[in-house]
Design a protein around this ligand. Structure first.
Ligand SMILES: NC(=O)c1ccc[n+]([C@@H]2O[C@H](COP(=O)([O-])OP(=O)(O)OC[C@H]3O[C@@H](n4cnc5c(N)ncnc54)[C@H](OP(=O)(O)O)[C@@H]3O)[C@@H](O)[C@H]2O)c1
Length: 210
């Protein structure tokens, strides 16, 4: 199940996956994780196939995210923008994750939640006030999940600075001091290896450069 707002982007991702893994069944569900009214229906659509077939494992990867406007010093002109930001980056992640865990509870397949986090959750630099706050909140939520459901496998993965649209959009002066840029496929491969080996401490944070 793949979700995001851009149907074109989702179809492109679907084609890339099909080319690498022919035969894998891929469903595209377009939706806006920032639309709080539509969110419950989007979650239902995404989770509908969970019980429909026998799976060895069910994995939720919370990858969707957005970034600040990089204004320094930060001044909130419109509080609604803040609410929207935390809707996309925090609320939707919590809603989808809790619904995923609830839907998985009656299945034989053990659930695994991966949270795509960032070093900026704990490393504070100018220009990223909302991004850092949202990632720290998500890390905290994963910490509470670990305490509440020790049987659920949980991983916070920080992919390193990746060569993506998000990274492209960050002003050059704000990227000074960041580690060397990683290709998305390289960091994704590292994440897959970590998941396959399954040796990580539950609920830990692993960075690409660890
Ligand atoms: N790039 C980096 O250097 C870096 C470093 C550390 C952590 N990360 C984290 O890695 C994750 C992926 O980032 P990226 O670099 O690939 O960023 P990106 O190029 O901006 O992609 C963001 C992804 O999130 C989806 N998304 C954004 N807003 C959404 C919304 N309202 N509803 C549904 N989906 C939404 C986008 O799909 P649509 O546009 O189709 O909606 C896209 O798939 C993020 O959580 C980011 O914080 C990135």
């Amino acid at each position: 199940m793949l979700t995001g707002r851009s149907v074109v982007g989702l179809e492109e991702t679907k084609s890339l996956i099909s080319a690498q893994a022919p035969g894998v069944s891929i469903h595209v569900v377009p939706g806006d994780m920032g639309d709080m009214e539509a969110l419950p229906h989007l979650c239902s659509q995404l989770l509908a196939p969970l019980g429909a077939a026998k799976h060895k494992k069910t994995i939720l990867i919370n990858n969707a995210g957005s970034i600040d406007d990089f204004e320094t010093p930060f001044l909130v002109k419109d509080p609604k923008k803040l609410q929207d930001f935390f809707g996309i980056n925090v609320t939707s992640m919590i809603v989808l994750t809790t619904r995923f865990l609830s839907a998985s509870s009656s299945l034989d397949a053990p659930p695994l939640v991966v949270h795509i986090t960032s070093l900026l959750a704990g490393f504070f630099v100018p220009g990223f006030p909302l991004y850092s706050t949202a990632k720290a909140a998500r890390n905290a939520f994963m910490g509470v999940l670990k305490a509440e459901s020790p049987g659920t496998r949980l991983l916070n993965y920080s992919p390193g600075p990746c060569d993506t649209q998000m990274y492209e959009g960050i002003p050059v002066e704000l990227k000074k001091g960041f580690a060397e840029v990683v290709k998305p496929e390289t960091t994704a491969q590292k994440l897959v290896k970590i998941l396959e080996e399954d040796k990580y401490e539950n609920g830990c944070i692993i960075d690409y450069y660890d």
